[in-house]
Structure formats: C-alpha cells, structure tokens
Design a protein. Structure first.
Length: 316
C-alpha cells in the first residue's frame, strides 16, 4: 500500500509541477488516486481533502464523489453522505453499490428498518450479492428476527459457500435458536478441512457441547487451544482462550466425568477471565457428576456461584 501512496504522490508532482500543461480532468484523476492511497493507509482526513480537491477540479468524477460519501459515513456526517449518494442514484438508478452503501449508512445511523429497505433495493437489482444478504441477516439478527436472519444468512452462504464469515453468521443464529446440529453440520466441514479460525472453533465447540457431542467437542477444543498457543491473538488477549477452556472443562466434567482434567481446565478458564454466569450455572444442572462439590467450591471461592441454581437436567 505504501508503494501505491508514493506512486500517486509522484504522479501528482509530475502532473502539477512539470512544464507541460495539465487538464483539470488529469489533475482531478491524480488527486483521486492520491485520495485512494491515503484511504488505504488509514489517513482519512488527508484522503478526504484529496477527494474534495479532485471534485473541485472535475465535479463529474463520480468515483471521487462516492468515496467522499464513504468518508462522510465514517465521520458520522450522515446527511452529507446521503445527499451525495442520492444524487449519484439519480444519475445511475441501477447501481447496486449505491443502494448497498445507503443501507450501510442507515445501519450506522441506527435506522435498521431503512437499512433493510435499502439492502432489499440492492437485491432487487442483483439477487446474488452475498454481502448484501449477509448485511440484511445482521439487521434481522439485531432486531431479534431470527427466522428472517436465518433466511438471509442462508442466501449469503448459498451464493458464496466458501466465505467463512457468512457461515459463522448463520451458525451463530442457529445457536440462538438452539438448532445445534444444524450449526454443527454447517461449520464442521470447514474445521475438518483444516480451517483453524478461532472464531469458527469457539462457535463450533459451543454448538457441539450444547448438542452433547462430547468426543467431537473435545477434539475441537484441543485444536482450539493448540491454535491459540500458536497465534496468541493480541487483540483478544485471553478472551478466546478462556471460552475454549470453559467448553473443554464442561466436556470433560459432564461428558467424560474426568474430574481432575476437567477441574484443571475450569480453573484455568476462570483464571483467564471467563465469568459468564449463565454458562457457569449449567454445571448445577448435573449435581450427580463426580466432582460436583469441588466445582461448587471453586465457583463459590471465585464468587461466580449462581444466586439461583437451575433445575437439574432431566434424562429422557
């Protein structure tokens, strides 16, 4: 990206500092390229100024106008961004990207209904746009419309089956709907083919545990810990490690009745920051497992014991 920046800067110097005359269109294109380079470098204020200068030189440069609208959205200058985008729509009513960006604008604005309407306008033009289906699914999920979210996420997966983001979006909603086996069937092929994305592993292991597929859950949890030790993701610190260890401990204690290893994993999970009271309370549904009193003692010592114990699990 840095090479792109220097290339754009050099082009601008040659055009504006050379002896030959330069048309406004050529200079505008140079500023537009410079704006793109700044954008890629994350220097958004400089990018915005470059786009604005490009449009001063050539107001018809639609690409610069569109990119300026994107920057206004990042700045939360929604009205200005909307004005630009609507003007572009007026000149190009069948441009899917413009409706998609208007949807993103409304989502950032907090107007989910309007965002969904814009995304559907984009889909009316290009039904196979997986990214738009995914964004529509996110909106339905945020609104608690889980059936509609499943429908939208399924479309995203259908059109781009190899995109992990779309699969995990659908898998998360399956988990919320307690369709654990559906989630496992959706996610496990990616894991079995060698994908060790940590978000995939966390989502898969919690669905496997909830489905009481304990051997597979332990396999995935162990792979997750091995991956975490290798990657050590700085942005999430111990959060992922703690969650994987919790599901490993639950699998060992409840699924395999392995008290020693299960308690060790649970203790390490808590020491790594795991404090989800609802999940920890699940142990109280299994008061007859070996080591239950030690689990109680550990949770009480860490001040993580539930105020009200859930009803014991009834075997059918």
């Amino acid at each position: 990206m840095r090479r792109q920046y220097w290339g754009a800067s050099l082009l601008l110097i040659l055009l504006l500092g050379g002896c030959t005359s330069v048309s406004n269109e050529e200079a505008a294109e140079a500023y537009y390229n410079l704006g793109n380079a700044y954008f890629d470098l994350g220097r958004l204020n400089e990018s915005k100024r470059a786009y604005q200068r490009a449009l001063e030189l050539d107001p018809s440069l639609a690409a610069a106008t569109y990119n300026l609208a994107r920057l206004y959205i990042e700045d939360r200058r929604f009205d200005e961004a909307e004005e630009i985008l609507l003007a572009l729509v007026g000149a190009d009513e069948e441009n899917t990207l413009l409706y998609e960006t208007l949807g993103w604008l409304e989502f950032r604005r907090g107007n989910n209904r309007a965002a969904a309407q814009r995304y559907r306008q984009a889909l009316d033009l290009t039904e196979g746009n997986a990214a738009v289906w995914y964004n529509l699914g996110r909106i339905h999920e945020v609104e608690g419309e889980l059936t509609e979210a499943v429908e939208a996420y399924r479309k995203a997966v259908y059109y781009e089956p190899d995109t992990l983001l779309y699969r995990t979006g659908l898998g998360e909603v399956y988990y919320l709907l307690e369709d654990y086996i559906e989630a496992v069937d959706l996610l496990y092929p990616a894991f079995s083919s060698g994908n060790r994305d940590l978000q995939l592993i966390v989502l898969l292991v919690k669905n496997l545990t909830s489905a009481e597929e304990y051997p597979a859950a332990l396999e995935v949890a162990d792979a997750g810990m091995e991956t975490w030790e290798t990657q050590r993701p700085e942005d999430q610190q111990n959060e992922i490690k703690a969650e994987i260890l919790f599901y490993k401990s639950f699998t060992l204690l409840v699924g395999f009745e392995n008290t020693a290893e299960g308690l060790s994993a649970l203790r390490e999970s808590i020491d790594s920051g795991f404090d989800d009271a609802d999940k920890l309370a699940l142990f109280y549904r299994y008061p007859d497992i070996p080591g239950f009193e030690e689990i109680q003692e550990l949770l009480e010592d860490k001040k993580l014991a539930p105020k009200e114990s859930p009803a014991p699990k009834v075997e059918h």
